[in-house]
Design a binder for this molecule. Structure first.
Ligand code: MLY
Length: 269
């Protein structure tokens, strides 16, 4: 069974507060997710947002859909909420005077697109319009404050939603920092991004939440100490050590913040 992350305990431990619900462009009453794997719909090509393409639902997680553009490869899947404004029922594009486009990186010759389109839609299960949800309105201004906690999509691993903190604010942008990670995944986004959620959103919508990582600078991690890596275990010698044996693999040790380490400990790790 899946134990949801204990936000209350974590907020207490880190002496921090959760960003209030009003900060987010997310539904207050949760819509149902009635999409099914295999259903087809229209989606904007995330790599070329002026194009509307055919997409297939390849996976479902809580209120999110994992989508793959028809005619594209499986390396460019992306995720959308069931109440995203970027997905529509098939026929929507044409009704609004547009034309379905091949995805960026279409596997075949562009001239085969019309035939490909016919074939991909022939006999397909099209997502019915009643299961698409209206996008929530969202706040009119940036209400976030530095230090507030939230849940955020890791854009480099977009299947993951993780514990995060507002690290900075600039006009209508917030800087999302991932708790317990060193900064490689952090990003700026608009306050009304659909990739950020209030604490507890994952648990309530049936989506897994990644707990904080264990590599930590700011002390906002449940282990309270820094994570340090022993960099050179071969320097650890006892009189009876067998010098011909291969060195043991590196290990991770948890050290209290007050500990300054020693020559074997690389505090920059
Ligand atoms: N194992 C991968 C994924 C890291 C995910 C980081 N997120 C949760 C902020 C890596 O180390 O690159």
């Amino acid at each position: 069974t899946y134990l949801p992350f204990d936000w209350d305990e974590y907020l207490r431990e880190t002496k921090s507060i959760a960003a209030p619900y009003e900060c987010f462009k997310q539904a207050v009453t949760f819509p149902q997710n009635e999409f099914k794997i295999g259903m087809k719909l229209e989606a904007l090509d995330p790599r070329n947002v002026t194009s509307t393409c055919i997409a297939t639902v390849v996976y479902i997680q809580g209120l999110r859909l994992r989508l793959r553009l028809d005619g594209s490869d499986n390396k460019n899947d992306f995720w959308r909420l069931v109440d995203s404004s970027e997905i529509h029922t098939i026929g929507y594009c044409e009704k609004s005077g547009g034309m379905l486009q091949p995805p960026l990186g279409f596997r075949m010759n562009a001239s085969s697109w019309p035939m490909f389109l016919l074939k991909t839609l022939n006999g397909a299960e099209m997502a019915p319009s009643k299961i698409f949800q209206r996008e929530p309105p969202g706040p009119r201004t940036n209400l976030f404050q530095i230090g507030q906690k939230l849940e955020a999509v890791d854009k480099k691993n977009p299947q993951l939603i993780c514990c995060a903190t507002v690290g900075n604010i600039k006009q209508d942008q917030i800087y999302v920092t991932f708790d317990g990670w060193r900064g490689a995944f952090d990003y700026w986004c608009r306050y009304d991004s659909r990739d950020i959620f209030p604490c507890g959103w994952c648990a309530k919508t049936g989506h897994p939440l990644q707990p904080p990582g264990q590599k930590n600078a700011a002390g906002n991690n449940r282990f309270k100490g820094r994570t340090l890596t022993v960099v050179n275990t071969s320097d650890i010698q006892s009189p009876e050590a067998d010098t011909s044996a291969p060195p043991p693999p590196p290990i991770t040790v948890y050290v209290y913040k007050t500990c300054t380490g020693g020559p074997l400990v690389d505090v920059t790790q």
